[in-house]
Design a protein around this ligand. Structure first.
Ligand code: ZN
Length: 132
């Protein structure tokens, strides 16, 4: 059995030395604008709920001209591509969890992406598909 997304996220954070619980992560059939997304759901009277969404149309495709780039790293299969995108979204989650006012692509984000995962670029895209 391959690990679930949440197990994979827990593993990634443990390897990075982050002592955080894995957030809910789901596969989205509708997300196609970007490979991954970190969102915080706010409902009245409830604590904010973080969630990571991963794109089925972009990440489950096997018929790409492999390798492809994500986060400035070469990925040779859908599994490593998904891992890279998840690493990126987990950085947003970590910044949010630690109370950052801006958990977007800030200088702190860039530094963490490099130190924890050696990401060379900060995008939500795959290959040259996009410039998000
Ligand atoms: Zn991002």
């Amino acid at each position: 059995m391959p690990p679930t997304l949440r197990q994979l996220a827990a593993q990634i954070m443990q390897q990075a030395g982050w002592d955080l619980p894995a957030p809910p992560i789901l596969w989205s059939p509708r997300l196609s604008r970007c490979a991954g997304l970190f969102v915080v759901e706010r409902k009245p009277g409830r604590p904010p709920q973080p969630e990571i969404r991963l794109s089925i149309p972009l990440l489950r495709r096997r018929d790409r001209p492999w390798p492809v780039q994500a986060c400035g790293c070469l990925c040779r299969d859908p599994e490593s591509l998904t891992r890279r995108i998840l690493e990126h979204e987990l950085i947003h989650y970590k910044l949010w969890k630690e109370g950052a006012k801006d958990w977007g692509h800030t200088e702190a984000f860039r530094l963490l992406a490099w130190q924890a995962f050696q990401h060379q670029s900060i995008t939500h895209g795959i290959g040259s598909d996009d410039e998000l």
